[in-house]
Design a binder for this molecule. Structure first.
Ligand code: PBG
Length: 326
């Protein structure tokens, strides 16, 4: 491999040669498209910090799922924006709640669409935390939260969800959700675990979308410290031992090292979440004319895939699919 005999530029000489030696390719079927389901009717409300993404009421979901399907996207993940929030997040496990109805609507309209549900109570609690809060100490209680998560996952399975995705970061949640599903005849419903989820500033726009910012403190007693890499191995190991089917690293772009490390150490399908803040940064710079938005979007998704993610949860799903489909 010595110059002048070896010349790497030979394989970059034309578009066709470059295509031939390309190591990584994106395709729409690796994208999972997040949808925000709003209470009410006829709602299509653009999210300020996530332009191009909307809070949709249940009656507007089928159309959106069909568009996604026509672009080659095979999975959606649902987040709920309920009418009422309370201390215990009871709308999260209401059998007739917002996401429960959304699952039925999409499975009914587009049966082949893989419907994934986010399992976490923060969008449904007045305090905005992902767990039950101890009244006196303000502590986020782990074990009492597990029952609520299991109950929530069950209502999603009851409505036809294909995959449930716990994102709360309580210890032991995968086991408790798996047990509840199995005991109730949902042995075939899969679990996608937000296994290595970091306490990240990149979730800002999502919290605006769902009005789910913690009302006191932050999430650092349950989400991971951004400084830790080896800890991700322990988190993923535990979730795999508890029979998670798919594991996830979140966020994606600032954690490409974690994605690569988990890819190299585990055989499970690996998802990465290209989160709201990653979306907002590219969108904002693009709108200002500071970067070529489409190019940076595809380069970013490619980098996440190259780092080792099999599937990518991304708000760019539709636009990226359109570009890839040509
Ligand atoms: C928790 C949850 C969050 C996201 C997905 N699930 C927010 C949080 O942990 O604060 C963030 C996703 C994003 O930023 O795009 N239910």
């Amino acid at each position: 491999m010595e110059f002048p005999q070896y010349r790497p530029r030979r394989l970059r000489a034309s578009a066709n040669i470059r295509r031939m030696v390309r190591e990584t390719r994106l395709s729409p079927d690796m994208f999972i498209y997040p949808l925000f389901v709003n209470y009410g009717k006829g709602v299509k409300d653009e999210i300020g910090s996530m332009p191009g993404n909307f809070r949709l009421s249940v009656d507007n979901l089928a159309a959106e799922a069909k568009v996604a399907q026509s672009l080659g996207i095979q999975g959606v993940i649902l987040f709920g924006i309920p009418e009422r929030k309370d201390e215990m997040g009871s709308e999260a496990y209401n059998p007739d709640g917002i996401v429960q109805r959304a699952v039925k609507e999409i499975k009914n309209a587009v049966p082949e669409m893989v419907v994934i549900t986010d399992v976490c109570i923060d969008e449904y609690t007045t305090h905005g935390h992902c767990g039950v809060v101890d009244e006196k100490s303000g502590e986020i209680l782990n074990d009492p939260t597990l029952d609520l998560l299991a109950k929530m996952a069950l209502t999603h399975a009851d409505c036809g969800a294909d995959i449930v995705a716990p994102s709360d970061m309580m210890d032991g949640r995968i086991g408790s959700v798996r047990e509840a599903l199995d005991e109730n005849g949902y042995g075939s419903v899969a679990i996608m675990s937000y296994a290595a989820k970091y306490a990240s500033g990149y979730y800002g726009p999502f919290r605006e979308a769902c009005d789910s910012s913690p009302q006191f403190g932050d999430r650092s007693t349950y989400q991971m410290d951004p400084a830790n890499a080896r800890e991700a191995i322990r988190e993923v190991t535990q979730d795999v031992m508890e029979n998670a089917d798919i594991i996830m690293v979140k966020p994606a772009l600032p954690y490409l090292d974690i994605i690569r490390m988990i890819r190299d150490r585990f055989d499970h399908p690996l998802a990465a979440y290209n989160v709201s803040g990653e979306y907002a940064m590219i969108e904002a710079a693009g709108r200002n004319g500071w970067i070529d938005r489409d190019r940076v979007m595809l380069e970013t998704l490619l980098s996440i895939h190259r780092a080792g993610a099999d599937m990518i949860l991304t708000y760019f799903a539709k636009d990226a699919a359109r570009l890839l489909n040509g």
